[in-house]
Design a protein around this ligand. Structure first.
Ligand SMILES: C[S@@+](CC[C@H](N)C(=O)[O-])C[C@H]1O[C@@H](n2cnc3c(N)ncnc32)[C@H](O)[C@@H]1O
Length: 234
């Protein structure tokens, strides 16, 4: 059990983080859609603790949505559950949470809906593709960072519509802007993980490789160096 009085799964720090970010980003008149709600944890946490806010839970799968309906009922939470693809069943939403879904699927949902409102996004994985898309499409990324929960890394994006301009350096695009501003213990763990994955490239002999492979290895070696430098800085 936790502060929400709901039996959450093992990796619930991620859900709590998504909840906190949603509450911080939302204003009283927002209509929130939890797209791809599945079990409905995030939507029910919001509906239970923020009575008055309109919360819509959607999922492309009817059996998944049934889980959300049942959780809402057991928690006495006011939740509207709608079946459908992406944001189509909740086109009145002004804040959308799209979490636990592949980055490229999230891109497709945003493209199809032409959504310009606030967003809480947590892709699994392909966070780089999603970041590049958000920047290209003109969304303002307020926060962009990694968290560690039960041995897994999750990138979180907090987006405030398309109101402001982004100032992202090449390095921000590589690591996530908020991670570079505040080097958290979770980001340090992420860097260690990246270093472990790539350390075999440190003294890699590239002489017999094609031009393309050489370029790719050199880029990864450069990235490895940056990871080490950032880890020292933290
Ligand atoms: C791994 S669960 C994530 C559940 C929850 N959002 C979370 O973060 O814990 C992914 C859910 O997204 C749903 N889903 C996948 N693609 C979708 C789409 N295009 N539109 C709506 N739901 C989708 C799936 O049916 C599944 O229930």
């Amino acid at each position: 059990m936790n502060k929400f009085g709901i039996n959450l799964p093992k990796a619930y720090r991620r859900l709590e983080q998504l909840y906190d970010e949603t509450v911080e980003l939302a204003s009283e008149d927002d209509i929130i859609a939890d797209v791809g709600t599945d079990h409905g944890y995030l939507a029910v946490m919001l509906a239970k603790n923020h009575v008055g806010l309109k919360i819509i839970a959607t999922d492309i799968s009817e059996p998944s949505l049934k889980k959300a309906e049942s959780l809402a009922r057991s928690q006495n939470a006011q939740l509207e559950c709608r079946v459908g693809d992406g944001l189509a069943p909740a086109n009145e939403a002004t804040l959308a949470c799209i979490c636990g879904i592949g980055g490229n699927e999230i891109i497709k949902i945003l493209e199809d809906s032409k959504f310009c409102g606030k967003l809480i996004l947590q892709p699994v994985p392909t966070e780089k593709d999603l970041r590049n898309y958000l920047l290209k499409a003109g969304y303002f990324i307020k926060k962009d960072y990694v968290i560690l929960d039960e041995g897994k890394f999750y990138f979180v994006f907090v987006v405030d519509g398309k109101k402001h301009k982004n100032h992202y350096s090449k390095k921000d695009k590589m690591f996530g802007k908020t991670n570079l501003k505040h080097i958290t213990p979770d980001f340090q763990e992420y860097l260690k993980n990246q270093i472990n994955k790539l350390k075999f490239l440190e003294n890699f002999d590239i002489t017999s490789l094609s031009k393309e492979s050489k370029k790719d290895i050199k880029q990864k070696q450069q990235y490895l160096k940056m990871c080490k430098k950032l880890l020292k800085r933290g």
